[in-house]
Design a protein around this ligand. Structure first.
Ligand code: C5P
Ligand code: MG
Length: 197
């Protein structure tokens, strides 16, 4: 089992890079943002509850995302590992994830954090808003709030994994291919350590 938390601010490139990593290392990609957007698209009760929160750039409850993650992990008992994208978003979620994995004799091998400066994040999200159709990408106010929520509630997750010596920052600037190469190199090395340990 080899589980990675792919961390980063909104617009850091988590979704794009998670897909590439999942393919290369044969891991299951779990994006809580995608799951929530699917719930909204399907018109489920959960989606209706989430829509209001997401459209403001706020976070849904820890309990809601933990339950979604638990269900997805249990759907894939034979997985080689998982890439968590956009989750955990709070320290409470990180603790719950550890507890959940522990129950199943699994653990987080590493947190890989894509580093991108705030000006570049805003620029990327505005650009994405022109094509993504995501309501939370097309207003400078909502983007600003998402980055503020990230700074306030999500960055403490870095300290959580740093304390476990699992924090690995990666430069998220440049072409998708270049960032992907950096991530592949780091992941190869983490994977060989996890096999050795
Ligand atoms: O991860 P992503 O940026 O795609 O998430 C989009 C939105 O979904 C977030 O801005 C937030 O409103 C919501 N979300 C959340 N909790 C998570 C993941 C996403 O509230 N763990
Ligand atoms: Mg995403």
């Amino acid at each position: 089992m080899f589980n990675i938390v792919l961390f980063g601010a909104p617009g850091a490139g988590k979704g794009t890079q998670a897909l590439l990593l999942a393919e290369k290392f044969d891991l299951i990609h779990l994006s809580t943002g995608d799951m929530l957007r699917n719930e909204i698209a399907s018109g489920s009760r959960l989606g209706q509850q989430a829509q209001n929160i997401i459209s403001k750039g706020e976070l849904v409850s820890d309990e809601l995302v933990i339950n979604m993650i638990r269900e997805r992990i249990e759907r894939h008992p034979d997985a080689k590992g998982f890439i968590f994208d956009g989750f955990p978003r709070t320290q409470a979620q990180a603790r719950e994830l550890d507890r959940l994995l522990q129950e199943k004799d699994m653990k987080v091998a590493a947190m890989v954090a894509l580093e991108v400066d705030p000006a570049e994040l805003t620029c990327r999200l505005m650009k994405r808003g022109e094509s993504s159709g995501r309501p939370d990408d097309n207003s400078i106010e909502i983007i600003g709030n998402r980055i503020e929520v990230y700074n306030r509630k999500t960055t403490p997750v870095i300290e959580y994994y740093r304390a476990q010596e699992k924090y690995h920052p990666v430069d998220g600037l440049g072409h998708i291919k270049d960032v992907s190469q950096r991530l592949n190199k780091l992941t190869e090395s983490l994977l060989s350590q996890s096999v050795a340990g």
